[in-house]
Ligand binder design. Structure first.
Ligand SMILES: C[S@@+](CC[C@H](N)C(=O)[O-])C[C@H]1O[C@@H](n2cnc3c(N)ncnc32)[C@H](O)[C@@H]1O
Length: 250
């Protein structure tokens, strides 16, 4: 997907802000070698670096990496696809916030993370869990059906159950040390047009098959369908559900 890195930075800073708690789970120590996988504009990469670790930010989006390099010229960033990346050294940890659910082949990503880590190294991540943004996704399907294009629209995300993700990690050579699934309703303070704005940022892949002249109608309808559940007292809220885990490479 093509990312609008400027819009992401201006209006969706909450993604990294919520990810800050994940850095405490990572517990980076001075001089540890850490990879931030799917680092986006590098906000959390720089916070991991501020704790003294040597961090490399990887992301498949050139726009995101350009923005990250512009904002944090002192840090190392590279354009790389998580499904095929390699790392010359052995990392102490791989960290990832809000990125794994965008990756289409989770087993391939887990295999690359395993190969990048030293034995005993840790994989610490947050991602969408099963049911993440279900109200939004269902509304897109319903609105598409009303416009006669139901079969063409599909969710691009991988939102596993806790058991499914734990099984994948175990199969991939990790021991799951800690895993937590939770609801995290997320206010969309910078989205005056509600879920439509959220979809303009994150939904490009899902909306790709929608003809250009139908997009605005579809987004208006999604706002109508989701408002009863997601709009209250002038505030739109996305129905996020998250999965956090710490896994050790065997
Ligand atoms: C919602 S952003 C999160 C960015 C950052 N981790 C943060 O907390 O702000 C998801 C990021 O995952 C990246 N991404 C998606 N698929 C990827 C892949 N196959 N390999 C590497 N990065 C990927 C996207 O380019 C995007 O920057």
């Amino acid at each position: 997907m093509r990312w609008d890195a400027g819009l992401y930075e201006r209006s969706f800073g909450y993604v990294a802000a919520y990810g800050e708690a994940l850095i405490d789970l990572l517990d980076p120590r001075p001089d540890e070698r850490i990879i931030d996988l799917g680092c986006g504009t590098g906000t959390l990469t720089s916070e991991v670096a501020a704790r003294g670790a040597r961090v490399l930010g990887l992301d498949s989006s050139t726009a995101m990496i350009d923005q990250a390099r512009g904002q944090h010229p002192e840090l190392d960033f590279e354009v790389a696809d998580a499904h095929v990346f390699t790392f010359r050294e052995q990392a102490d940890a791989v960290f990832s916030n809000a990125a794994l659910h965008w990756m289409t082949d989770p087993d391939a990503v887990i295999a690359r993370v395993w190969a990048a880590l030293r034995p005993g190294g840790r994989f610490v991540a947050e991602m969408g869990a099963s049911g993440n943004c279900a109200t939004i996704i269902e509304a897109v399907h319903a609105a598409a059906a009303e416009l006669g294009i139901a079969g063409e629209v599909r969710s691009p995300w991988y939102f596993p159950t806790p058991a499914e993700q734990a099984a994948r990690l175990e199969k991939g050579g990790f021991e799951v040390r800690w895993l937590h699934c939770f609801d995290r309703p997320t206010p969309l303070d910078q989205c005056p047009d509600g879920i439509a704005d959220w979809l303009r940022m994150f939904g490009a892949e899902m909306l790709r098959p929608v003809p250009a002249d139908l997009i605005d109608r579809l987004l208006d309808r999604v706002n109508e369908l989701t408002a009863p559940a997601l709009y209250r007292d002038g505030i739109w809220t996305a129905d996020y559900r998250r999965l956090r885990f710490i896994a050790a490479r065997l």
